[in-house]
Design a protein around this ligand. Structure first.
Ligand code: ADP
Ligand code: TPW
Ligand code: MG
Length: 580
């Protein structure tokens, strides 16, 4: 097959016999050679023609309305596929818009490459005021895992290869690739160009744990009276689903999934302790972390959440520096999760002792009690809806459609949906992640639909949705099977706050009352529905999931139903002058 490069004919007399290629085509060929066939971005100088040529060469080029959303799309494509998601932006402002997503990818350990056009080095370095001038490489460096610039066409192959390796090997993360405008037009001999490309072999090599570390971990686990396994999104990313299930079931240990690890084993699995979270964190004596960090989301492994009883931590992670980051890890197992978990399962042998029935029974009872307590609230038919009534409906829909992807952001909308909606399959729940970031909604939805071909249900707070809302046009343009449900409670956390000064402005957390977000989807040819009862919501979501048509449902939620900051109000600093 002819490559893009070989199609470019020589034009000058001297080169009459020689086929030429250029920077544009070398970048395209380098991406394709490495199986990177989708680009999320926003066009403009100097990458407009690059996007056109990439599309002509069979790369899927998805054009967004804002780079941050394209970047979030690329980041979650990385999580879902284990290949770096590619985001393409113009220089300075476009680059900066994409940079938030690159930093987010790095923080969340998702492989992503941000490719940005940039201004001429000579002008930037002398600060002579080029079009969209910025020293982008320097700006990107502290916010990503690695940053590279390519100045010569013959180095494109190496530049792309380095970016791929840096993104996916070890702890995955975001990589910045700086491509100055001049590079795209640089010409070289097509044969030499082809030879300069690199197909990356074994981009994320297995990292085998040492046998001593595996034995140590098993010894600690065996000594436990009240063991617990915590699964994090690293475990979901690793795609070692069978090994993880084998470890959990062979050990008989209760497991707690972090938000994006839900569904690795079904939330309805008899060993799942999701609905007994406080109990297992407080009362366990040995905790095995698999692809989960002891950061704020786990209260740093200490304090009230973890109770007074002494705890021993076993941690499985590919990043050795993660060990002892917050508390002592008595059994670090450094390696990739697939290799580590297989080694553990093998080391357990044929007759591993089950944990004490006392412990597993306590956990199960607590879990069943909590689920039973919640059940009637999920069946309420109130109008306006409260969170539980609306989420009860969505919970059933995901149960009936377990292969749909659930995107989730907001405060109450996030925390309550996480607790209420059970997940049944791995990598089906994607959300705000390590930073608790608002704005991932539509970018994640678009990438999830593109990368998996499955229907997407996005459950969005009205504030959260606003950060990426313009991308409903993108969803309509590409006719994606995305159903967005907006939990519209007229504001951030609640829609009931009043301006304490009595002045004309509404309170900072309050939006326009009775807003009709459904009209936004209609504006671009999608389906809009205003749902005021759980029954209406159920009908509308089912119709959307059956038809696959872009749909936005404005779910009217009681503005008084939510609480400040959802479940993390305790993180708000308090003023001594606040309550006089
Ligand atoms: P969560 O937020 O779900 O608790 P984190 O993002 O805090 O999860 O943790 C994910 C961890 O998984 C990171 O420390 C990362 O280094 C690790 N990780 C990611 N991929 C792998 C892998 N393939 N093998 C081992 N560890 C991994
Ligand atoms: C990039 C701060 C956390 S949650 C939230 C904001 C603005 C919105 C909550 O309101 P929403 O949900 O979505 O309507 P609900 O159901 O409680 O009413 N900017 C960024 N990230 C974060 N996290 C914030 C601001 C925040
Ligand atoms: Mg809200």
């Amino acid at each position: 097959m002819l490559t893009a490069a070989s199609k470019l004919e020589a034009t000058t007399a001297n080169d009459a016999e020689q086929e030429l290629t250029d920077g544009f085509h070398l970048i395209i060929d380098a991406l394709k050679l490495n199986g990177l066939n989708t680009i999320y971005g926003v066009p403009g100088i100097p990458i407009t023609d690059f996007g056109r040529m990439a599309q002509a060469e069979g790369i899927r080029v998805l054009s967004f309305r804002h780079e941050q959303n394209a970047g979030y799309a690329a980041s979650i494509a990385g999580f879902l596929t284990k290949k770096p998601g590619v985001c393409l932006t113009v220089s300075a402002p476009g680059f900066l818009n994409g940079l938030t997503a690159l930093a987010h990818a790095t923080t969340n350990c998702f492989p992503m490459i941000l490719i940005s056009g940039s201004s001429e080095r000579e002008i930037v370095d002398l600060q002579q005021g080029d079009y969209e001038e910025m020293d982008q490489l320097a700006v990107a460096k502290p916010l990503c895992k690695a940053a590279f610039r390519v100045l010569h066409a013959q180095d494109i192959g190496i530049g792309v290869a380095r970016a791929i390796r840096a993104a996916v090997s070890g702890r995955p993360g975001g990589v910045y690739l700086d491509l100055p405008a001049k590079l795209f037009g640089q010409v070289m001999n097509a044969d030499a160009g082809k030879k300069s490309l690199v197909k990356v072999i074994d981009a994320a090599p297995a990292q085998i744990p040492s046998p001593e570390s595996v034995k140590r971990a098993l010894d600690v686990l065996k000594s436990a009276k009240k063991p617990l396994i915590i699964l994090g999104k690293g475990a979901a990313y690793a795609q070692a689903d069978d090994e993880i299930r084998a470890l959990i079931e062979k050990s008989g240990v209760p497991f707690l999934p972090m938000s994006m690890a839900k569904g690795l084993l079904p939330d309805t699995h008899p060993q799942c302790a999701g609905a007994a979270r406080s109990t297992v964190l407080k009362d366990s004596d040995v905790v095995m972390l698999i692809g989960a960090r002891l950061n704020w989301l786990l209260s740093h492994g200490k304090g009230k959440t973890w109770g007074d009883a002494p705890k021993k931590f076993i941690q499985i992670d590919i990043e050795p520096k993660e060990m002892d980051s917050n508390v002592e890890i008595v059994a670090p197992v450094v390696g990739d999760i697939g290799s580590c978990v297989s080694a553990l399962v093998q080391g357990m042998g044929g007759n591993w002792p089950a944990p004490s029935a006392d412990w597993t029974k306590t956990v199960q009872t607590k879990r069943d009690d909590n689920i039973a307590k919640m059940a009637p609230r999920l069946m309420n038919n109130n109008s306006p809806m409260d969170y539980h009534g609306a989420l009860g409906v969505l919970r059933t829909i995901i149960k009936e459609r377990p292969d749909a992807i659930l995107v989730n952001e907001g405060a109450n909308t996030l925390d309550l949906a996480r607790g209420i909606i059970d997940m049944y399959q791995p990598r089906k729940r994607i959300d705000v992640g390590t930073w608790g970031i608002m704005g991932i909604g539509m970018g994640y939805s678009i990438a999830a639909a593109i990368e998996t071909g499955k229907p997407v249900l996005a459950v969005e707070g009205d504030s959260a949705f606003g950060f990426s809302g313009m991308e409903v046009e993108t969803i309509c343009r590409y006719k994606l099977p995305v159903c967005v449900v907006i939990f519209n409670n007229d504001g951030i956390y609640r829609g009931t706050d009043v301006n304490p000064s009595g002045g004309p402005d509404v309170a900072p957390t309050v939006f326009v009352k009775g807003a009709r977000y459904d009209k936004m989807m209609e504006a671009f040819g999608g389906v809009g529905v205003n749902a005021t009862t759980p029954d209406e919501l159920r009908r509308a979501v089912n119709a959307a999931m059956d038809s696959g048509k872009p749909t936005l449902i404005n779910a009217v939620i009681d503005p008084a139903a939510g609480s400040e900051s959802g479940r993390i109000g305790n993180l708000n600093p308090q003023s001594v002058l606040k309550k006089k």
